[in-house]
Write a new protein. Sequence first.
Length: 196
Amino acid sequence: MPRIVSFLQMKDGTSEDYELLDRSEREYARRLPDEILNAVSALDHSIEGYPVSRLTHSLQTATRALNDGADDEMVVAALVHDVGDLLAPYNHAAVAAAILKPYVRPEVTWIVEQHGLFQSYYYVHHVGGDRNARDRHRDHPWYKSCVNFCAKWDQSSFDPNFPTLPLNAFEAAVRRVFSREAHDPRYVKHGLGADG
């Protein structure tokens, strides 16, 4: 039987309790690459209406990033950028960015977090929206990178005939990125973190 903490309310926990939980959480986090790959795979059964599944779309986006020589962080971001669609279709970009944030540089997190807004450039005017809403970020240092992410990889990845790499082609990169020592914001003093 696994060890459990002594408390029924967190306020009653001891140092030993929280050390036990920290070890347990770190052990669980070691399995994160498998969970990420499973979540991406589950995109095969999500939002319908496109000529390819969300899984194929994600694989195509990552394939295009890899073909363009993007680094591991950006390729993995391209792979997981829509994983939030599974549980949060109306804020999927924020969910995907939150998953990536402890493991990648801030630029990658920002691009994934903003890609929903930037991607809307290609369609939102057809349903009464402002396709130039992304321009409120025009002076941001990663604006052009996000424009390129969407223009070169994301918006063009709905082609059933595109030579798309399978999920296992990205497994090593997923394991490299999500096996890193994570930046855990709970233990960073205000103003001193990677975003800080």
